[in-house]
Design a protein around this ligand. Structure first.
Ligand SMILES: Cc1ncc(COP(=O)(O)O)c(C=O)c1O
Length: 464
């Protein structure tokens, strides 16, 4: 805007319609650099983030993102690339996209990847539209039902509804896994897709996965793997080998990339060969050492992103995979699962874990219900009190399958000392619930914003 004012006599500004040009100089304060830096640093300190504290927000995989990814993404050749540049001008960018596609396909057991979706839920929608197109062109348009287990992530039914498909809920058994008998009953000639979150939202691996896969395929349906929790199985098992036809991967969870508050993200999808022609185009192709784009044919669902996906996020995931290597990728899932099980065993004596009889995967869900019945202190009170002590809180009240839920996901990037500090804090908080419950009801008192009225905010959102 200041450029516009200073160029007030340039021909470009003269073309502005009456009333649009600035009439008075812009009142810009002049600050020394140190004041500006302090202002921004102090602002950043008002927030809890992975760079400043432990962040066990279940289902969100708030792992530490290596700064190397930021450094590479800031390189001018990458940061100033434009999606409409000619392929010969951006061979490096296309090389990254091509290599990332191959690596993700190899890690998930799929034949083709589509890097366009900008978030996990966007990937779900893209995959469901691809599945619909597949059935339409197979002259099987009546397959319009999407089966979603109770223990799936909430975006699954929402995406099915967005894709104009009908949601059929499949029950969960008392071990927190898909109820195979109920699945059998819900399958029919109308079944298009089963969407399975695995590990599911209780942090449990679906042990009857082979039976589930066979039942869905025998009924003529497709299997969709919600791979947002890929952290738990990376480099160990591949959804493609379990029989799945489609997957989305939350790069902003499993492959680092700072995220939160809904973005920015990247949710590529992978498919088996029989679904590849229906993916959005254009497709990236490599001939000898040269990469280029080729338009998709009429079988494709069309474009799904204005550019070629959130490139700088895709680049950070590529850097992360290069930092890890094959063995590093395997160690990610090993450490993510080990950390979660370590915490689960330490938290169990303080708060019960309703589906925690066996091992969990990368996260687990504890319940504050007995503590609430005894002391009046809720899962929300506990979460707010954790903030006062400078750590972030677990996800609360999700999944709905567990009452007074606290969903804990430590991720693989935390040391045992950090996990022990969290356990010590939880022990103090549970003791406080019995001795000084008001401390928990009043929390947080040390954060810039105190307890907000969540009910009023939900009923009466002020969005500007
Ligand atoms: C299991 C699962 N599926 C889907 C999603 C949706 O991903 P996004 O928030 O990127 O849309 C999430 C988000 O955390 C998730 O945990």
């Amino acid at each position: 805007m200041s450029g516009l004012f200073h160029c007030a006599s340039s021909p470009r500004v003269e073309r502005l319609s009456e009333g649009l040009a600035r009439r008075a100089p812009l009142d810009l304060s002049v600050l020394p650099e140190n004041d500006l830096v302090r202002h921004h640093v102090n602002l950043s300190r008002k927030n809890l983030c992975v760079d400043s504290s432990f962040y066990p927000l279940g289902s969100c995989t708030m792992k530490y993102s290596p700064k190397a990814g930021e450094a590479v993404a800031a390189e001018r050749g990458f940061s100033s690339a434009h999606p409409w540049q000619k392929p010969e001008e951006v061979q490096g960018v296309l090389h990254v996209l091509g290599e990332l596609s191959r690596d993700l396909a190899a890690l998930t057991g799929m034949d083709a990847m589509c890097l366009y979706p900008a978030a996990g839920a966007h990937g779900e929608l893209c995959a469901l539209k691809t599945a619909r197109q597949y059935f339409r062109l197979k002259n099987d348009p009546n397959r319009t039902e999407v089966l979603v287990p109770e223990n799936a992530h909430g975006t699954n039914p929402a995406s099915a509804a967005m894709a104009k498909l009908q949601v059929v809920v499949v029950r969960m058994n008392n071990r927190g896994r898909v109820d195979v008998e109920d699945l059998r009953k819900k399958l029919s000639a109308r079944t298009a897709v089963l969407m399975l979150t695995n590990p599911n939202t209780l942090g449990l691996f679906e042990t009857e996965i082979d039976t589930v896969a066979k039942l869905v395929h025998d009924a003529g349906g497709l299997l969709y793997y919600d791979g947002a929790n890929l952290n738990a199985i990376l480099g160990r098992v591949r959804p493609g080998d379990m029989g799945f036809d489609m997957i989305h991967v939350n790069l902003h969870k499993t492959f680092s990339i700072p995220h939160g508050g809904g973005g920015p993200g990247a949710g590529p999808i992978g498919v088996k060969a029989h679904l590849a022609p229906f993916l959005p185009g254009p497709f990236l192709v490599q001939e000898s050492n040269r990469w280029s784009w080729t338009e998709a044919d009429s079988r494709s669902i069309g474009r799904f992103h204005g550019a070629h996906g959130n490139f700088l996020n895709l680049l950070k995931a590529w850097v992360y995979l290069h930092l890890l290597g094959d063995e590093g990728a395997r160690r990610v899932s090993l450490a993510a699962v080990l950390n979660a099980n370590y915490l689960q065993e330490k938290i169990k004596p303080l708060l019960p874990v309703p589906y925690g009889a066996g091992r969990c995967m990368h996260e687990f869900v504890a319940s504050a219900l007995p503590l609430k019945d005894e002391t009046g202190v809720s899962a929300m009170d506990i979460a707010k009190r954790i903030l006062d002590e400078g750590m972030y809180a677990p996800t609360v009240y999700f999944p709905l399958l567990v009452k007074e839920a606290l969903m804990v996901e430590p991720t693989e990037t935390e040391r045992r000392e950090t996990l022990d500090r969290f356990v010590a804090l939880m022990r103090t908080i549970v003791e406080e619930a019995r001795t000084h419950p008001e401390r928990l009801h009043d929390a947080p008192v040390r954060t810039p914003v105190g307890r907000v009225d969540e009910v009023r905010a939900a009923r009466n959102p002020v969005l500007k």
